[in-house]
Design a protein around this ligand. Structure first.
Ligand code: ADP
Length: 457
């Protein structure tokens, strides 16, 4: 979106500005970045201090790339670029996005949950887009940094916003709902993702609940099959209307489903309020993804919009998040985007129904588990042991995954932290019509193994 420098300055409170060459009303900006390599004419560069790099070290480069403005936490000498000096560049980024949103005052739908946020967001967008102009955060830009950047770069003053609110530690949700005050919320599930940063699973549930508790008047969509969500719904503000989705209880229920694993189709029967829907969906959808669909439908219908099932004809499970296809005579399941115990279970259940010569899993660690890492990886070992996966290849770039090896040792055919060793082994081991399932947390980048084996990626 286009913003004048004057509008940016109006949205900030305490700042100093240096090297201002033009009237701020005449400085037009259209690109907001934290990565100096993406800076160009028209850019505002936010210098953030990351774990590895400090953005302040790149302000000079940004200037030579043509950027107009740098938002910094300390004034830099010998840098010609216009500098806005603030206490916190992250907070400044948030404030600018917040003021853009406040001017338009759209309805904001927030999505929280340990698994399925991106899938639900994309489904909701897909169902609503033909009915009303709608904005959703691109990809998984779902944090205190990613969400403001997506607003500043892509928002086009649409009247409905669907945002996934990603949290990884205590306090994150408060920061997000301060920036984007939700009128409606979806609480999908609550599991063990990022448990390393929390005391226990209850704390994770409580942090996510803050989204629902923050809604003053509007709609709450909650998972109906667990008592804690029903209890939470009773504690919400009086003027909030709760809707539920699930398999057992809810306004939208996943009744049953089956796969055509030759043609990669999923047939699902869903109870949608008082209607029965029989859907033929592209691809193999695991139960989690089907529940995400129920949640998305529940919100769309709860808001008073229609569910036009034919719009789903051109939707398939998202790439990297349990997407199944045939490549080079193998059935390849790309679940490389992220990992948790819950999403692994859903994937393995779906894999049971797919026919293949042999079923092979290439696994890496589930990260951000902190002191629970041993427990998590032992669970992973147990789950793999009782699954119908025949062989497991362990990519131990992060050693945590090795906690699982003893437990599933009858299935393990290779353990290595070397990418080349793993790929060379797979090249000789794989046979046509094998199913290969790739799964690990984002940091492991297990897609690198997959890309080497399946040249299409
Ligand atoms: P998020 O945005 O919350 O990380 P995604 O939609 O990106 O979730 O999906 C991440 C992983 O979780 C994928 O492996 C996907 O198949 C799985 N998944 C999606 N929805 C669910 C769910 N409701 N329960 C369990 N796993 C799920």
């Amino acid at each position: 979106m286009l913003l004048r420098l004057s509008e940016i300055l109006d949205s900030l409170e305490n700042f100093k500005i240096y090297n201002l060459y033009k009237d701020p009303k005449r400085v037009i900006l259209d690109n907001f970045v934290i990565d100096s390599r993406k800076a160009r004419k028209g850019s505002v560069f936010f210098a953030l201090k990351g774990q590895r790099n400090d953005g302040h070290d790149f302000v000079k480069d940004v200037h030579s790339n043509g950027a107009e403005i740098a938002v910094v936490e300390k004034k830099l000498d010998n840098v010609g670029i216009t500098q806005i000096v603030v206490n916190s560049s992250i907070k400044a980024l948030g404030k600018i996005a917040k003021s853009v949103i406040e001017k338009v005052n759209p309805k904001i739908i927030g999505i929280t949950g340990s698994n399925g946020k991106t899938t639900t967001k994309e489904l909701m967008y897909h169902l609503l887009k033909p009915q009303i102009p709608i904005f959703r955060n691109p990809g998984n830009l779902n944090t205190e940094i990613g969400l403001p950047l997506s607003i500043l770069n892509y928002y086009n003053r649409e009247k409905i916003l669907v945002l996934e609110l990603g949290i990884s530690k205590k306090g994150d949700m408060e920061n997000l709902i301060f920036l984007f005050k939700p009128d409606a919320g979806v609480f999908l599930n609550s599991g063990s993702a990022h448990i390393g940063n929390f005391e226990n699973e209850f704390e994770i549930f409580e942090e996510k609940s803050k989204l629902m508790r923050s809604i003053k008047k509007g709609i709450a969509v909650l998972y109906g099959d667990e008592e804690r969500f029903l209890k939470l719904s009773k504690e919400l503000e009086k003027e909030v209307r709760s809707f539920f989705f699930g398999q057992k209880n809810g306004h939208v229920r996943l009744l049953n489903w089956k796969y055509d694993s030759k043609n990669f189709k999923t047939f699902a029967n869903i109870r949608l309020f008082s209607e029965n829907l029989s859907l033929e969906l592209n691809g193999i959808w695991n139960r989690g993804q089907l529940l995400d669909l129920c949640a998305a439908m529940c919100m769309v219908k709860g808001m008073g919009f229609d569910i036009v099932s034919s719009t789903l004809n051109n939707f398939s499970p998202l790439e990297n998040r349990f997407s199944v296809r045939t490549i080079n005579e193998y059935i390849v399941i790309n679940d490389t985007y992220n990992a948790s115990i819950e999403s692994l279970k859903e994937a393995l259940n779906a894999i049971k129904s797919i026919n293949a010569r042999r079923k092979i899993a290439v696994l890496g660690s589930i990260l951000e588990q902190g002191r629970k890492s041993l427990e998590t990886h032992k669970k992973l070992g147990e789950i793999m042991k009782s699954s119908d996966i025949d062989h497991v290849i362990v990519y131990s770039l992060f050693p945590d995954i090795e906690y699982s090896v003893d437990i599933m040792k009858d299935k393990v055919v290779m353990v290595s932290s070397e990418l080349d060793e793993i790929t060379n082994f797979l090249r000789t081991f794989l046979q046509p019509e094998d199913l290969i399932y790739f799964k690990a947390s984002r940091g492991v980048e297990i897609e690198k193994v997959m890309e080497k084996i399946c040249s299409v990626y």
